[in-house]
Design a protein around this ligand. Structure first.
Ligand SMILES: [Zn+2]
Length: 252
């Protein structure tokens, strides 16, 4: 597991430490990928133990829907953002190439787990998540001090897409336009998310630059097709008072 680097308990799981057999080996947390449901349940317990709280796992809708979670549930509403201000609630976004994004506002105590792939980014899921976080702050407050951690995801050098798709996403997110290491059109979704967060005034933003396609410690749908999902997990610990981010905390 990879520490997310946020002020609250938050981490990204990898493939290790679970109970699933190949091709879901071993810590697959997704129920929708045809893995043995008992193994997935067992794996989710492993993740909840690491979180120190019962984790609610997001079921992505590939849109911009935000669901507020006030108590743990095995069947949350379909949404791309799970958000809570209730201390002790743990939320997880699951992915295998898409981006798991974790947010924490130390001022309000709010935490969010966001699933953002190409479509979510295009449709505005980052804006949607930050709008929901800002809604909890006093009216007119900016996003400074909201902390973000961008988890392992397929990188711009690997995520090949058709030229027309690159152009479509690039019209809204110019920094998403990229090329693969073999010279074909691609999209850099983590870079676009980082840029959008910064444009919205969020900071510091930490980007964990592990590429799921290249690094077999993580699941990759593009690499393996039939595979599991890892998780970005964040635990609500309540407000910690005024947050003044120090310049040396800023990361790229
Ligand atoms: Zn890569």
């Amino acid at each position: 597991m990879l520490d997310a680097g946020l002020p609250v308990r938050a981490f990204f799981t990898d493939r290790r430490g679970g109970h699933s057999a190949a091709p879901y080996d071993t810590l697959n947390v997704a129920l929708h990928v045809d893995d043995d449901p008992d193994a997935v349940a067992h794996n989710r317990v492993v993740v909840s133990e690491a979180a120190g709280a019962l984790v609610t796992f997001l079921e992505a809708d590939h849109g911009i829907t935000v669901a507020r979670i006030d108590e743990p549930t095995p069947r949350p509403p379909k949404a791309d953002v799970l958000l809570t201000t209730t201390p002790g609630i743990a939320l997880a976004a699951i992915a295998a190439d898409c981006v798991p994004l974790l947010l924490n506002d130390p001022q309000t105590g709010a935490v969010a787990a966001v699933h953002s792939g190409r479509e979510g980014l295009y449709r505005g899921v980052v804006d949607s998540a930050i709008a929901a976080m800002l809604d909890l702050r006093p009216s007119g407050a900016g996003a400074a001090g909201i902390r973000a951690a961008i988890g392992p995801a397929i990188c711009g050098a690997c995520y090949e897409v058709p030229e027309n798709l690159r152009a479509r996403v690039g019209r809204r997110h110019p920094v998403a336009v990229a090329s693969t290491s073999w010279g074909t059109p691609s999209l850099d979704i983590p870079r676009a998310i980082e840029t959008r967060l910064t444009e919205l005034g969020v900071g510091p933003v930490l980007r964990h630059r592990h590429c799921t396609f290249e690094d077999t410690r993580w699941f990759s749908h593009r690499r393996d097709a039939r595979t599991g999902r890892h998780a970005g997990v964040i635990v609500c610990e309540g407000p910690v008072g005024v947050s003044v981010p120090a310049p040396e905390d800023a990361a790229t």
